[in-house]
Structure formats: structure tokens, C-alpha cells
Write a protein that binds this ligand. Structure first.
Ligand SMILES: [Zn+2]
Ligand SMILES: [Zn+2]
Ligand SMILES: [Zn+2]
Length: 263
């Protein structure tokens, strides 16, 4: 039910390169503050007795091991960019343990791209016999539609990632807007009453397909959540230094951050 508390774990809060970035000796990449070590962006939600995973990031296996996650009831994709999908193969461990296919929701175009990129998962069933593969059921979800996993409702909200519409998701009074450079009016309506928001705030400098930190703060003001956490952060973001300059109700997310959102 939507009255249940939504427990959120930030599994990964890094941009597509991750932090540290390969080959970089900058102050953030060599920092010993664990909040400056960021795997690719993904969140896990437990609410209403179900476990939901949002994107299968490159480090998905390490992320679920770190948090002792042993069951998943559904996967939600925001879009099909590599950093949000590449961990998909490790879903096979869950579908083997659970002995049934996992429902996978996302925008129709993203699911089609994932299907095309993974013929070993979605191709000819005869070819797949005897191989260990994730058993996934794809369910395209249009913006404005709601998926129901047992009693938990997950609403898809269209946001812009550069020119491209992708999905944000709302569960009760929590919303997750990764890879976002624009929040259309319709999305603002759908986000009314959100208590806790996680939104893309890539880095201080502007970017064509992601909000900068300043733009993310502006969007957070328009959405009006009680508290907002920025994610998908690059190595231009030193956690302590940047967070010190943020308004009190806006914080930086970090890998391992856990939030309880009231129902
Ligand atoms: Zn991304
Ligand atoms: Zn660096
Ligand atoms: Zn992206």
C-alpha cells in the first residue's frame, strides 16, 4: 500500500565513468573520503513487502552483495544507457534462486534496445537451452502509467535527458529522477506532494544532457520536496566541499545512503 514507509538504498551515485575514473589522479579520484567513491547510479527500494531495483548498473553484483540483497520482485529501467543496464547478466542469480522470471518495466524504446543488445537473453529459445541466463519478462510502461507489484504502485513520469524523454519513477511520497536535464510541467504535476526526491546533479558546470548542481537545486525548488538528494555525480564533485555550499534541504547522495520516506 502507498501508506507504507518507502525504504530507499542508494546503491550507486556516480556518473557513467564512475568515481574514481580510470587513469585520473585528481583530488576527488584519489580522495580517501568514501563518499567520493561512486559506483554507477542505481537505487533499491523495499516497501509493502516487495524489493524493487531501479536500473542494473555496471557494478550491480557488488552493490547487491554490499547490502545483502537476496530477492528482487521487479526491475525498473529509467533508460537504456550502458551505465544503467550493463549489470543485467547478474539478474540470472536472482531468477535461478527465485525459480521464476522477473518482471522488467521501462520505456518501450529502452526495453527494445535492451532486447536488441542481449540476444543471448531474449533470442531463440533453442539456442538458450542449457545456458545460465536471466529469465526476464519485459513490460513496456508508458509515461503516466502505473505498474503494480503486489500492493505497491510505481508510477512512470516522463522527464528529459537531453532531447530524449526517459522515465523517472514515483513510489508513494518518494521520487527518483536520475539522468535528468528537464522536468516538464506534466511531471511537476505528477510530483506534487513528494516528500523525498533524488535528482541528477551531475557537476557544477552545465552539461547538455544532465542538470548541473545549480539547475538541480532550481528544479528541486519547483518540485518542492521536503528534502532532496543529488545523484549521478562526477569527479568534479568533492562531497564535503560541494555539500557545504548547498541549501540545508539539499544534500549529496552517496553510495550506501539509506533513506526512510514516510507513507
Ligand atoms: Zn547515466
Ligand atoms: Zn578524477
Ligand atoms: Zn543516461
Amino acid at each position: 500500500m502507498e501508506t507504507d514507509t518507502v525504504h530507499v538504498i542508494c546503491l550507486g551515485t556516480g556518473t557513467s565513468h564512475g568515481v574514481p575514473m580510470i587513469g585520473c589522479d585528481c583530488a576527488v579520484c584519489t580522495s580517501d573520503d568514501p563518499r567520493n567513491q561512486r559506483t554507477r547510479s542505481s537505487i533499491f527500494i523495499r516497501t509493502g513487502g516487495v524489493n524493487l531495483l531501479f536500473d542494473t548498473a555496471t557494478e550491480m553484483r557488488m552493490q547487491v552483495l554490499r547490502h545483502g540483497i537476496r530477492r528482487l520482485d521487479a526491475i525498473f529501467y529509467t533508460h537504456d544507457h550502458a551505465d544503467h543496464v550493463q549489470g543485467i547478466d547478474d539478474l540470472r542469480t536472482f531468477t535461478q534462486m527465485q525459480r521464476k522470471p522477473l518482471p522488467v518495466y521501462g520505456p518501450a524504446d529502452a526495453l527494445e534496445m535492451i532486447r536488441a543488445r542481449c540476444p543471448y537473453i531474449f533470442g531463440d529459445p533453442d539456442f538458450r537451452l542449457g545456458f545460465s541466463i536471466p529469465r526476464l519478462e519485459l513490460h513496456p510502461l508508458a509515461a503516466g502509467e502505473t505498474a503494480q507489484v503486489e500492493d505497491t504502485r510505481v508510477e512512470a513520469i516522463e522527464i528529459l535527458h537531453g532531447e530524449r524523454p526517459i522515465h523517472a519513477y514515483r513510489i508513494g511520497r518518494f521520487a527518483y529522477l536520475t539522468d535528468c536535464s528537464g522536468v516538464p510541467d506534466r511531471a511537476l504535476e505528477q510530483l506534487q506532494g513528494v516528500d523525498t526526491l533524488i535528482i541528477d546533479g551531475l557537476r557544477p558546470k552545465p552539461h547538455r544532457t544532465h542538470f548541473s548542481i545549480g539547475q538541480a537545486i532550481e528544479a528541486a525548488e519547483r518540485i518542492g520536496a521536503r528534502r532532496t538528494f543529488l545523484t549521478h555525480l562526477t569527479h568534479d564533485v568533492d562531497h564535503a566541499q560541494i555539500e557545504a555550499g548547498l541549501p540545508p534541504h539539499v544534500r549529496l547522495a552517496y553510495d550506501g545512503l539509506e533513506l526512510d520516506v514516510p507513507g
